[in-house]
Structure formats: structure tokens, C-alpha cells
Design a protein around this ligand. Structure first.
Ligand code: B12
Length: 170
């Protein structure tokens, strides 16, 4: 267990996204559960988890949740086929409040990093396992240091589509 972080109340929303397709299934949202467990281990307690699948939550409903919770970090966990929904969520969240940091993780960006940045208006994406990335991201954002170092996190420069990796050897 690490020391208590400087900003334990930093508001974090983690969302397992969904897209209605034939063969729609509901499973445990393991990705966001793992990330939340790691954040809690580091002392962050103001975390809201949302799984869009069980109730077939629509983007409108998700936006209502974002409006009331006002996260500083909105972490989206997604499969590749969900990309159109994820693009809509990112666009609407950014329009709602440009200060919300939108991060994308899961199999979508892990398998299509460049395409994810082109199609989805996220500020950063995490490739592969996310436990280190999410803690580095929250610690960076909470203390106004971004991009954080020591993670598998990629950040986007919106002036042009260029990529900078803040990865460091493990
Ligand atoms: C187990 C499994 C299943 C199980 C799910 C059981 C369950 N309870 O979840 C079953 C059999 C049901 C299943 C079904 C499907 N699966 Co499947 N599945 C897997 C498998 C083997 C492991 C997934 C898992 O549990 N990972 C553990 C969790 C903790 O990892 P995670 O979600 O990736 O999250 C980590 C990181 O991605 C990251 N992260 C995630 N989100 C975020 C967000 C942020 C902000 C950050 C910073 C980091 C981050 O941090 C997390 C912790 O390290 C993967 C292959 C693999 N090795 O990953 C395929 C995989 C995820 N499945 C895949 C597919 C295609 C499917 C199906 C669509 C198949 C189908 N045609 O029906 C369905 C979809 C079902 C659904 N609704 O999601 C693909 C996805 C490909 C893609 N690019 O989208 C994968 C990658 C297999 C592959 N190589 O093709 N699957």
C-alpha cells in the first residue's frame, strides 16, 4: 500500500462501453474493475464505475451521469467493434466540458493505436495492461503534470495528429 495521495478525492469515472450488435452479451467488466482496485490500493476513493452493457445504457444516459458526477478523468474501456459509440462519447464529453481528460484503454486502442487517435477524440490512450498507466495518469492530472511518465500511455497533440509516447523501460 502506498502513502495517501495528495488528492484522494480526485473524481474518476471509468466506463465499460457497449454497442448494440447481434449476439450482444453481458459479462463482468473486468478491465475497469482491475483499474479501480489498483486506484483504491493507491488511496483514490472518489471513483464511479459504469458498465453500459447490462441495462443497454445509451450515450444520452451516460452523458447525464457525466454531468452529475463531473469527473476530471473519464476512462473508457472498449473493444474494437465499439469504436463508433466510443467516438460519440468522447465527442460529447469534450463538448460538455473540455477540461475532462478523456482516456481510452482496452482491446480497441491496444490493437489499433493510430486508428483510435484518428477516430476518437481522446486525450490519451493506454496500450496493454492499464494498472500502471491509470495510476500514473491520475497522479499526473491531479498535480497538473501531464503527460505523466513511467507508463504505457500515449498522448495526442491536437494541432496535428502526432504521437508522443511517455513509455519508459520497466
Ligand atoms: C475472457 C475473454 C472473453 C470472455 C469474457 C469473460 C468476462 N467476464 O469478461 C468471453 C468468452 C465472454 C468473451 C467474449 C467476447 N470476446 Co473476448 N476475450 C477474452 C480474453 C481472453 C480476456 C479478457 C479479459 O478478461 N481480460 C482481463 C481484463 C482485466 O483485461 P482488459 O479488459 O483488457 O483490461 C486491461 C487493459 O486492457 C487496460 N484497460 C482496459 N480498459 C482501460 C481503460 C483505461 C482508461 C486504461 C488506462 C486502461 C484500460 O487495463 C486493464 C487492466 O490491465 C481476451 C484476450 C486477452 N488476452 O485480452 C479476449 C478478447 C477481449 N475478446 C475479444 C472478442 C472479439 C470477443 C467477442 C466480441 C467475441 C464474439 N464475437 O462474440 C465477445 C465480446 C463479449 C463482450 N460483450 O465483451 C477480442 C477483442 C478484440 C478487439 N480488438 O476488440 C479479444 C482481445 C481476443 C482477441 N485477441 O481477438 N471474451
Amino acid at each position: 500500500m502506498s502513502n495517501q495521495p495528495q488528492h484522494p478525492d480526485f473524481p474518476i469515472m471509468l466506463v465499460r462501453t457497449a454497442r448494440d450488435i447481434p449476439g450482444y452479451t453481458v459479462t463482468q467488466p473486468l478491465g475497469i474493475l482491475y483499474l479501480a482496485a489498483e486506484l483504491r490500493r493507491y488511496g483514490y476513493g472518489n471513483i464511479r464505475l459504469l458498465d453500459m452493457r447490462p441495462g443497454r445504457m445509451q450515450v444520452d444516459d451516460l452523458m447525464e451521469q457525466v454531468k452529475s458526477f463531473r469527473p476530471r478523468l473519464l476512462g473508457l474501456s472498449s473493444l474494437s467493434y465499439e469504436a463508433p459509440t466510443v467516438a460519440e462519447i468522447a465527442q460529447r464529453a469534450r463538448r460538455l466540458d473540455p477540461d475532462i481528460h478523456i482516456a481510452l484503454g482496452g482491446p480497441l486502442p491496444s490493437s489499433m493505436k493510430a486508428e483510435s487517435f484518428e477516430q476518437i477524440d481522446a486525450y490519451s490512450i493506454a496500450v496493454g495492461e492499464g494498472e500502471r498507466s491509470i495510476v500514473a495518469l491520475v497522479e499526473g492530472l491531479a498535480s497538473n503534470r501531464f503527460p505523466p511518465s513511467g507508463s504505457d500511455l500515449w498522448t495526442k497533440s491536437f494541432a496535428a495528429v502526432s504521437y508522443t509516447s511517455s513509455s519508459v523501460p520497466r
